[in-house]
Design a protein around this ligand. Sequence first.
Ligand code: PLP
Length: 359
Amino acid sequence: RSYNFNAGPAALPLEVLEKAQSEFVDFRESGMSIMEMSHRGAIYESVHNEAQERLLSLLGNPSGYKVLFLQGGASTQFAMIPMNFLGEGQQANYVKTGSWANKAIKEAQLIGKTHVAASSESDKYMKLPELSSLQLSEQPAYLHVTSNETIEGTQFKEFPDTGSIPLICDMSSDILSRPFDLSQFAMVYAGAQKNLGPSGVTVVLAREDMISSSPKHLPTMLRYDTHVGNNSLYNTPPSFGIYMINEVLKWIEARGGLEGVQELNRKKAELIYNEIDNSEGFYQGCVDPASRSHMNVTFRLGSEELEKAFAKASEQEGFIGLKGHRSVGGLRASIYNAVPYESCEALVNFMKQFQEQHA
Ligand code: PLP
């Protein structure tokens, strides 16, 4: 197996891939693959419901929440959120933390009035804004935050208390990497392809009262009430992806749940950040230490030539995906749940060796 540091789609647990392989052709002695089954049949529906229950159970079963499995990626949620929740005379509030928050804001601007309640633009998004200094607009429809900026490599450690104003979070790149209190949020959403499973499924966790009724003029597929009213089976769901999510959730349970994976993720991130910090400036972390992500470690070298040489040499040694996002350059190691500690050790050894050769 390669040392896979891709930002997304990303590494999946080997154990999950092997389990899926073992039941790929004949699922539960049905003589069919789960991909070939009707989504209205008992076998598929049991997997679908199990995945929803398991997800809520990992989050401590807070009352009043529903799980939706949608399509169109987190990018479609950027539009569906203002379409469903931004009413006449209201403003959609956003915390502007980087590339993904900006994309969410851009979509909301197409739908209605937006307001930036806090921003780290003046720090080039390398330091998260203080959430204690949030300035909400008048008539806020909701506040949207991005828990982990995948491209810049920042991650919130905590979230603001917005009282009666719905807090909505894009958790695409760090969902289930650590425990979090779902009851703090009106809605959390994530594309599956980093910590949850293969691409093609978008998971939405929402308070039922938020999603039980949508504005009447919205198209059927873009209304949350369609999906909650039909248990995410209004149309054909991405059934194989949902089955894979259920297997990934079992894998998380077997690792001690969210506390278990958090501990391992902390160790992985510490290992790489320590290497950066102890390199006497050869490697430079991009992000202010207090804002650093445990999922996407971004760093630079003294010159772009050296960064190119690092990316090339790392590929030759079997490391995948270490080049930074094309919009920001530099280097990035994405170390989601399924990236083994051993891959991070191998990376650190490679970093030491590269430094010895090029310092
Ligand atoms: N939000 C964040 C934080 C992301 O990292 C990504 C993808 O990388 C997205 C949204 C967009 O997700 P999708 O490709 O599922 O639309």
